[in-house]
Design a protein around this ligand. Structure first.
Ligand code: GLN
Length: 484
């Protein structure tokens, strides 16, 4: 048996019964990495030696009866999540030598479970992008078609899961970076409610939008991973003081009578016809399971991309001020302090990061703050209100995750506006702070995966997972694997 191909929910019972040892799992995972990583390039750092040490620790825990949920499970972690003593670059040259002196809360929770870290995955630099082409190191390829992007910014995590180079992964989502790559790679990606999962140790991009979440091979796996990573954290002041629930609670429960809202603004002129068809089929499938589709309106949707790119760039320009060559990361010497700052930042940051720092600095500057940043915050409230109103009528909202399947490498890299539009269906969710999942819902004629997005009320991840699970179980998509 190739253990790397198994799901989290399949491996956990095998480990519990003693039928499989953590060692055997990572042997299969690294064998797979050796076979395909040269083509896919999902990782920035592979932690092979560390993984064998961790497997030993997991086995000791099992032998001494101290096993917990994820003991011995190989997981890949996006490279903007701090892992103590393990290189964490954010795919930026400015952090090429950054070994964090502390552990993020999510990976601490995984460590308490005695998980196995396989490596740190590639991403767009500082999570800015929709294709992983903005990585300062290399481009990750889509396992379904190596000429195409895996989506972004968590493209490395999504590709690693799709290619069976790990069992599950963590990503981060500021405007779609878990869901869009999950949809491009034919896997499951959940962005939890803002505040549900601690951001302590997540390198900040846009702090009012960033959330960590799971990228997995199936819906039940996402629920299981959420059971470990979610919950209040005193180390993160934006973490919600809410009791964490059992996210597997409603898996397998009936979905009859559930009202699903179909926002008319999400089925627009110019959208990819195949995506539209797959989503319509998925809605019919949900209807056949007893769900009731209701047409709804989210009237401020058209302002979401503009609003997001003012808020996200403003917050980024402030968050990224810390990379100045003084405390950590790259330092390029200059004749004085100012020149050292300038040389370090111009050499360390890539083009997209610089573009965003300039946009954000401009929006926050004294003369323009009222016109741009303040206005964007006001529109953000209108977008949030749209969701609140819609959720008075329906239980969930169903939309495409992305307007097209995976595009070709190089296709949008010289046109930032086109690239920004890849997140047109995911961005509003971050602005409103609500949770949403992307699950596979079929393929294009070229054999590229298409993703269905299910958006829920704040803190209703368990409900989203219930509906997603019902759909997944009645369709064959999650069983398909790319031929690599
Ligand atoms: N693609 C969006 C951006 O470039 C979202 C990125 C993300 O979610 N991290 O900002």
């Amino acid at each position: 048996m190739e253990l790397n191909k198994l799901k989290l929910t399949e491996l956990v019972p095998l480990i519990s019964k003693g039928e499989v040892r953590p060692h055997e799992i990572i042997i299969d995972v690294f064998k797979r990495v050796q076979e395909v990583e040269g083509k896919v390039k999902a990782y920035i750092t592979l932690t092979v030696e560390k993984a064998y040490d961790m497997a030993r620790e997991a086995e000791n825990a099992i032998f001494s009866g101290k096993k917990s949920l994820l003991t011995g499970i190989p997981i890949a972690v996006k490279d903007n999540i701090c892992t103590k003593g393990i290189l964490t670059t954010c795919a930026s040259k400015i952090l090429y030598n950054f070994y964090p002196p502390y552990e993020s809360t999510v990976t601490s929770k995984l460590l308490n479970n005695k998980y196995i870290l396989i490596g740190k995955t590639n991403m767009d630099e500082f999570a800015m992008g929709s294709s992983t082409e903005n990585s300062g190191f290399h481009i990750t390829k889509n396992p379904w078609d190596l000429e195409r992007v895996p989506g972004g910014s968590s493209g490395g995590s999504a590709a690693a899961v799709a290619a069976d180079e790990c069992i599950a992964a963590l990503g981060s989502d500021t405007g779609g970076s878990i869901r869009q790559p999950a949809s491009f790679c034919g896997v499951v990606g959940l962005k939890p409610t803002y505040g549900r999962v601690s951001r302590f140790g997540l390198v900040a991009f846009a702090s009012s939008l960033d959330q960590i979440g799971p990228i997995t091979k199936c819906v039940a796996d996402a629920a299981l991973l959420m059971n470990v990573i979610a919950g209040h954290d005193p180390m993160d002041s934006t973490s919600a003081p809410i009791e964490s629930s059992d996210f597997t609670e409603y898996l397998g429960k009936e979905v009859k009578g559930i009202k699903i809202g179909i926002p008319k603004e999400y089925f627009i002129e110019g959208m990819d016809k195949e995506v539209e068809e797959r989503i319509k089929d998925a809605i019919e499938e949900l209807e056949s399971l007893g769900c009731i589709p209701v047409e709804i309106s989210l009237p401020h949707t058209e302002y979401a991309v503009a609003t997001y790119y003012i808020i996200a760039t403003s917050e980024a320009s402030s968050n990224l001020a810390r990379y100045d060559g003084v405390k950590y990361g790259l330092r390029v010497q200059g004749k004085d302090l100012l020149e050292m700052y300038m040389k370090t930042r111009s050499r360390g940051f890539g083009t997209e990061v610089k573009r965003r720092i300039m946009l954000g600095t401009y929006s926050l500057s004294a003369g323009y703050y009222e016109a741009y940043y303040k206005k964007a915050q006001q529109v953000r409230t209108l977008i949030k209100n749209d969701f609140e109103k819609a959720f008075e009528k329906v239980d969930f909202i169903v939309t495409p995750t992305a307007p097209s399947p995976a595009f070709k490498i190089g296709e949008k890299i010289d046109d930032p506006l086109q690239m920004y539009l890849s997140d047109i269906f995911t961005i509003s969710v971050n602005l409103a702070g609500v949770p949403a999942i992307s699950i596979p819902c079929g393929f294009s004629e070229k054999g590229l995966p298409v993703g269905l997005q299910i958006i829920g009320k704040p803190f209703d991840e368990a409900g989203i997972l219930q509906l997603a699970y019902a759909y997944e179980q009645s369709t064959p998509w999650h069983k398909m694997k790319p031929l690599l």
